[in-house]
Design a protein around this ligand. Structure first.
Ligand code: SF4
Length: 326
């Protein structure tokens, strides 16, 4: 760890410290940023899609799914022209499908008004699915607007750096923001939180802004929320190269309109497949039982060759993959 004397706690950095901080952080970002597909350019459509995906999905998953989505919907016009089930199918595996619906509605609104994107955070925030954070991220990255962002990573970095809580973090982030390179600065802060200033054990010895940090990792470990375990079971009925699927109801399920295998109770029979599936803080122990028929359940037989055209839940897609059916 660099041998720099610990500074006394202080609310904010001085103007000179802020300038030096920006220079050091941006230089570090240029040399250390991860190569991610959405960083190839600053096209607002591509930035928008990536920011919506990253709202609630891990970077590793978005990295896998983003190129396919862009291949299917290369621009806002194509996305607006698509039918909703096609968009939901392309969103499969990313979870929180409300985002895909909002994306689709927003694309139609944009096309209706000429296809261009609002260039300010206020204008972007008026679109469905875009909140304060996402609007600032898109405005700064795609349009160089001086809008600071605070996501979980940035709030943690600022909390350690200058001992502010989350509500104060927006003001501090705005003061620190590089006026000349706001998009790079925001991405650099998020990258720092994602790769160096880690939640449990920050890598302070590798930190480019160690010199300005008020805590340097002392007293920052955080207990993880407890994880829940839940058993869940599905029936896998196959006939004539088709699988039986049911559609989640619109009004009461978490993923309305998505297709999945029919659920059943975990039973005494031997499952043909067992797997684990994690959603937020729940670990599901999944058992899949073969079934000859599915009586009394409203659903339909879907050809295996066509099943991926439907918006499948991530877990159903995983089961069909594991069973070598798709
Ligand atoms: Fe985080 Fe440590 Fe860097 Fe401070 S010095 S910002 S605690 S990684």
């Amino acid at each position: 760890m660099p041998a720099i004397a610990m500074k006394p706690p202080q609310a904010m950095l001085t103007p000179e410290e802020r300038r030096a901080f920006r220079r050091r952080l941006l230089r570090w970002f240029v040399g250390n940023r991860r190569q991610l597909p959405w960083r190839a350019d600053r096209d607002p459509y591509r930035v928008w899609i990536s920011e919506i995906m990253l709202q609630q999905t891990r970077v590793a998953v978005v990295r896998d799914r983003y190129p396919d989505f862009l291949t299917r919907f290369p621009g806002v016009e194509r996305l607006a022209a698509a039918k909703l089930p096609e968009v939901l199918a392309a969103w499969s595996g990313l979870g929180y499908y409300r985002r895909a619906r909002a994306l689709h509605v927003a694309a139609r609104q944009l096309v209706k008004h000429g296809g261009g994107f609002p260039q300010t955070a206020e204008g972007l925030e008026a679109l469905p699915g875009i909140g304060r954070y996402t609007a600032a991220a898109i405005a700064s990255i795609a349009f160089d607007q001086p809008c600071a962002v605070v996501d979980g990573n940035v709030a943690r970095v600022l909390g350690r750096l200058v001992r502010v809580n989350k509500p104060q973090a927006w003001r501090v982030a705005a003061e620190l923001l590089s006026p000349r390179r706001p998009g790079d600065f925001n991405q650099a802060m998020m990258e720092l939180g994602a790769t160096v200033c880690l939640p449990q054990a920050p890598l302070c010895a590798e930190c480019p802004v160690f010199a300005w940090c008020r805590t340097r990792g002392v007293g920052t470990s955080r207990a993880q929320p407890p994880r829940r375990r839940k058993a869940i079971a599905y029936r896998l009925a196959l006939r004539n190269q088709s699988v039986f699927l049911v559609r989640r109801e619109n009004h009461k399920s978490l993923m309305p309109g998505m297709w999945e295998l029919p659920q059943t109770r975990p039973g005494a029979a031997v499952p043909v497949l067992r797997l684990r599936h994690a959603i937020t803080n729940t670990d599901y122990q999944v058992s899949v039982y073969r079934a000859k028929a599915v009586n009394g359940v409203a659903g339909r037989w879907v050809k295996l060759a066509e099943v991926e055209r439907l918006p499948l839940t991530g877990l159903t897609q995983k089961i069909l993959h594991r069973a070598n059916l798709i």
